[in-house]
Design a protein around this ligand. Structure first.
Ligand SMILES: Nc1ncnc2c1ncn2[C@@H]1O[C@H](COP(=O)(O)OP(=O)(O)OP(=O)(O)O)[C@@H](O)[C@H]1O
Length: 709
């Protein structure tokens, strides 16, 4: 057998186990793996049969005197699979009841754990109460359940039983069981998994590991390193599973040529950014080598673009990476316009405030409309619809506005807008949305963007002008636009519909449904915030709120209502100290506040209580090597994640914030402002990987519910 025919597949469990062993042994494992990958049949590799082991194909291999790797060596073929690594006794204990085989129904490689004494059936007295009693064995096997686990499934009665079963069950089967436990019908679950390319197959050869490793389920579990360098890179970041182990539902979006724009929706933490990054990588690897056009990966926020750039660099070859430009859209617009000799400066509201005041002088004295109302009219109607004359304004439908304006009233207020536009021009100023419009006009005149494909993250915060611009930046055609977003997290712009901006996604739209970040308890709490509100699908329709799951469990969000701010800060400090005692550091904890003023106030109070703080600054990435509790505004944590989130100062007037918009005379504007704050709280809560703590004092936010600590 030629050595180069040999395939070495490494399981995700192996990488997790590797991350837990001491550094000294990690170095030895690296040496071992380099040798092993070159030739697993070399005489220096000591395979030992484990007599206690349920799977006759499993062997141990020697790393050093005390550490062992666990390997599967199939009877035939040239595949070797590395399953685990640990101290001798623990490695043997892990291997004892593990089975690694090819599922006869699906043709995928699975690893699972059988109980000491397999019971093909549940005990008689448990049968009726069982959670999956309505399903026949045949139905369960069709989902890919190993036959040896049938008895275990039959014994599951409660959610905690199901949760425990996760330790033994192959992950894709566990996912199917969780869907079923949440009330999805059996047929719907079959369709969900079929969409991922997971379905019953005829004539599976249960000894052909080479073919089985190509199955989407196996590819979610095993990594076949293409080069030694790729393997070493993986070992340097063993817990970053997203680097290689794409879920089948993610992989099918990434590795495919699409006939036009694609929209990917997905709740918080479902891996939208991960998918978008892998999509960029796949496109770079598959695009025409000679093409002078680049791939643009764009985001709404600057911070996220910086993170993505760093992450893409980790998973790509330099040559492929050079085909991608990662930049937030605003910044690209500035660079492009400057190249075109545009000559205007963007204004984020500082100077325009003054100009609005001057323009207000044009309002007829008999009209009693506030400046707030006029600015809302500008942001919601005039700006997105690009209205530049009174006639068009009179004819427009004013969608999304709650207060009607007669023709006469429109004639009355138009001079205010006209004056504002004139003053902005005079001062050579532009609003960010105007900059996007101007960039689009240059593109439409024939000045190219230089991009052949565009990937858009955080699309929920891109407004009408941004979508129109993106459409103009790349020619219509295969793989032109790949757009990911989640309107539950829209905290900046107003709702925009892709199709109304020329981006047609019909037939190329999909949803990611498995949350990899937050626990199920946190996910449910966050979803309850959005229970009775309309959440759009970025194209004018409604996003379904059901059908998401998280496979991780944790504690319920903890809510504290203190008598006064001092008592609240005492409780926050106590909560942090407890985490520090358990985990040894506070670097993965983050405290967020609704406003800059609250941020200053709470920072001072927490420092007084002896806590070291690490402020999250607007443009500096979070360096997790630095000590201290992360602290920032809620907006600053968009797109990030932390083990523990503390969302503080959640008083009645802070959430929702009693802003101008919340006091608007237009009910639609009040509704939108409230929705943005709900989305902000939703986004902040869903940054947590392990726990959420929400606190306020005196009268707390009505959204924190009644679950008081
Ligand atoms: N296939 C995967 N395997 C392991 N981890 C994954 C996978 N996909 C995503 N993750 C992890 O899940 C977490 C969330 O991923 P990501 O940030 O891409 O989600 P998102 O949908 O963009 O989140 P949000 O919208 O809330 O910002 C990250 O920690 C990521 O590493």
């Amino acid at each position: 057998m030629a050595i180069n025919d040999i395939q070495v597949a490494i399981s995700d469990d192996f990488f997790s186990a590797f991350a837990r062993i001491p550094q000294k042994q990690q170095t030895k494992v690296q040496h071992f793996l380099t040798k092993f990958q070159q030739d697993p049949t070399a005489s220096g590799i000591n395979y030992e049969k484990l007599h206690q082991c349920r799977d006759p194909r499993i062997r141990s291999v020697r790393i050093d005197q005390t550490y062992r790797g666990i390997v599967l060596q199939p009877k035939s073929g040239n595949v070797y699979m590395l399953l685990w690594v640990d101290h001798h006794d623990r490695a043997y204990e892990w291997a004892k009841n593990r089975i690694c085989d090819i599922n006869p129904q699906l043709g995928a490689v699975q690893i699972y754990r059988v109980t000491e004494k397999e019971e093909p059936q549940a005990p008689e007295d448990k049968k009726d109460a069982a959670m999956f009693s309505s399903l026949r064995d045949k139905d369960l096997l069709r989902l890919g359940l190993p036959e040896k686990l049938l008895g275990d499934v039959r014994s599951i009665e409660t959610e905690p039983d199901l949760k425990d079963f996760a330790q033994s069950c192959p992950e894709h089967v566990y996912e199917a069981l969780v869907w079923l436990s949440q009330g999805e019908s059996y047929d719907d679950v079959l369709s969900i998994i079929a969409e991922q390319g997971v379905q019953e197959k005829e004539g599976v050869d249960t000894e052909d590991f080479t073919s089985a490793l190509d199955h989407p389920v196996s590819r979610h579990k095993f990594y076949i390193a293409p080069t030694e360098k790729a393997l070493l890179d993986m070992l340097h970041a063993p817990l970053e599973n997203w680097r290689t182990f794409l879920h089948p539902s993610q992989r099918r979006l990434v590795e495919k040529s699409w006939s036009g724009p694609v929209r990917v929706l997905g709740g918080a933490g479902t891996g939208k950014t991960v998918v978008a990054m892998h999509r960029a990588k796949w496109l770079a690897e598959h695009m025409e080598r000679k093409s002078s056009k680049k791939i643009l990966f764009t985001t709404f926020t600057k911070n996220l673009a910086a993170d993505i750039q760093a992450n893409l660099e980790k998973i790509m070859d330099k040559e492929d990476f050079d085909r991608i430009k990662v930049i937030n859209l605003d910044r690209w617009v500035m660079e492009f316009l400057s190249d075109q000799g545009h000559g205007f400066t963007v204004d984020y509201g500082e100077k325009s405030k003054e100009l609005w005041q001057q323009s207000l002088e044009m309002l007829p004295s008999e009209m009693e409309l506030s400046l707030g109302f006029l600015k809302e009219e500008w942001d919601e109607v005039i700006q997105p619809l690009e209205i530049s004359d009174l006639d068009s304004y009179i004819r427009t439908e004013r969608r999304g506005r709650g207060l009607a304006l007669s023709r006469q009233e429109r004639e009355g207020i138009w001079p205010v807008f006209e004056r504002y536009m004139g003053l902005m021009d005079q001062e050579k100023l532009r609003e960010p949305a105007d900059m996007m419009r101007d960039a689009r006009l240059y593109l439409e005149k024939g000045n190219p963007s230089g991009f052949g494909h565009i990937i858009v993250d955080e699309a929920q915060d891109m407004g009408v002008q941004a979508f129109r611009l993106l459409r103009a930046m790349v020619s219509e055609g295969p793989d032109d636009l790949f757009i990911v977003g989640d309107a539950h997290q829209r905290i900046y712009s107003v709702q925009a519909a892709l199709s109304q901006c020329g981006i047609r996604i019909v037939g190329r739209s999909t949803r990611l449904r498995i949350n990899y970040r937050t626990s199920e308890e946190t996910r449910r709490w966050a979803m309850a915030l959005m229970k009775d509100v309309f959440v759009d699908d970025l194209d004018g329709g409604e996003d379904q709120q059901e059908g998401y799951i998280s496979l991780i469990h944790g504690t319920e969000p903890q809510i504290l209502a203190a008598d006064n701010p001092e008592a609240e800060c005492d409780a926050i400090a106590d909560h942090l100290r407890l985490i520090e005692r358990n985990e040894g550091a506070l670097n993965a904890c983050c405290v967020v506040l609704r406003t800059h003023k609250l941020l200053q106030q709470y920072s001072g109070e927490l420092e007084k209580r002896g806590l070291v703080l690490y402020p999250l600054l607007p443009s500096k990435p979070d360096d997790r090597e630095e000590p201290g509790v992360r602290i920032g505004t809620m907006h600053r944590v968009k797109g990030l994640e932390f083990d523990h989130m503390l969302i503080c100062g959640m008083n009645e007037d802070a959430m929702p914030l009693m802003s101008h918009a919340m006091k608007s005379e237009d009910p639609e504007i009040r509704k939108k402002a409230e929705m943005r704050d709900r989305a902000l709280l939703f986004m902040a809560v869903t940054r947590a990987k392990k726990s959420v703590f929400l606190s306020g004092s005196g009268k707390i936010s009505p959204w924190l519910g009644e679950n008081l600590a």
